[in-house]
Design a protein around this ligand. Sequence first.
Ligand code: GUN
Length: 291
Amino acid sequence: MPATKLDGKALSATIRAEIAAVVATRAATGKRPPGLAAVLVGDNPASHVYVRNKQKACSDVGFVSWLHTLPADTTQAGLLELIEKLNHDPAVHGILVQLPLPKQIDEDAVIRAVSPSKDVDCFHPENVGLLAAGHPRYYPCTPHGVVQLLIRNGITTSGKEVIVVGRSNIVGKPQAMMLMQKPTKANPAGGDATVTVAHTRTRDLAAVCRRAEILIVAAGALHAITPDMVAPGATVIDVGMHSVNGKLAGDVHPGVADVAGAMSPVPGGVGPMTIAMLLVNTLSAAEKIDG
Ligand code: GUN
């Protein structure tokens, strides 16, 4: 029997409707709309698509958004100057600098330049530290999207054996942190799971993956997870995104759907959830900054 589809597209629409209702209530009390400034440097075609989707999501829920496109040869000083301006703009609640950045720019310096209170990606070391300490200011968008995709489909994580494939700063590391943590009032998305992080140097990756009751794949490699690597009935979350002959494909081979109990599709799984969580963070930033 094919796996149950974990439909991120439908769930993100529900969450976006919830956010739109809060924005409408805020507007009725005279509050300004949440504002997101996106910064796009260079001409990475995938980045252009991602940022366009984020902007459309903003306008659909009643946020204001600004797109700052800078040429590929932008200097670091020029980019830092723009970020400083956005840090001080009261209409801007969230700042998103789309990664990757061109080679001449030090990504770490840019991440550190964004005011932590406006860091809706949750990339700034202060926010990563708060997350690690169990007192998050924001949750990082993709890992939070994965957690919501599980919870809102009735898939509990407490006590479960979770394998995360990938150790990036954007997904693998924060995903593991969130899922291992105890849920508290300050950290409601803590998952209480037993978490293992696997990566390119992991010995016998297939055997490690087969241990998973929940397998979260952010390997960055097309179809890296094949049906033989998945325990029958496991939940499989595919964070991968690859363009193959003009179509999107994931890190998980489609044949896994014949083995897994539940699985997120690509497209229409984690991608739309990431954008929904960006909206959650931008609304939260507006609430923190404007009340
Ligand atoms: N590049 C790939 N994923 C992301 C993301 O979630 N945020 C930003 N800013 N850049 C990315």
